[in-house]
Design a binder for this molecule. Sequence first.
Ligand code: SF4
Length: 220
Amino acid sequence: MEGVEGRRERLAGTELRAPGWLGLVLLYIYKTIYYSTMQATRNRRVLDALALVFVLAVAVGGWFFPVAGLALAGLMAVAVALSLLGRFGAARKRAFCNGVCPRGRALGFALKPISRGKALPRSFSDLSLRRGLCGFMMFCVMGSLVRALPGLEGYPALAAAGRIFWGLCVISLAGGLALGLLYRPRAWCVVCPMGTLQDTISGTGVRRASDDGTGEPARR
Ligand code: SF4
């Protein structure tokens, strides 16, 4: 089994590249929020392409530079913050899904021409299933962090945490691709743990999540 020293040496090898990835994350968040609020309709395709590049950069880059996975942690923090604002009426419900989330936007953009476009079976939107998946994800992330971080500090600690969030990013992207190809491009949004987390925090957990890219409750 790999010890603390081994993990520290392995993760320290990517230290010099870290600032570039963190800059990419900040740039994406800035541009998304800016364009979403200032020029939402006119630049929709620009945002779609930007989201796709960002998702691919994190998914592929995280294999070589684990710290890139922290992008997902940052986005989760933004989702929680917006959901809390939504709880108190200071932001729209699912504001993160509607304006910020790069994965939902990228799936809708990339899979639209090749998706079968079928409706997802209603059983997928069962609230118990969605909450169970969300709880399982949080349990796995917290458990992995507790096991990986003791004994590490500085960049190796960031890289170890980034590796965990990168794994979560890749797994959910794979799930999103599979569901998006078989059903509608954004079918993943129905079961997405981050979407469920937002619904739970903002008090909209009893509604059926949408797979049409709007982030609003499904109409069928
Ligand atoms: S449901 Fe999940 S994947 Fe879909 S837009 Fe929201 S956070 Fe993104």
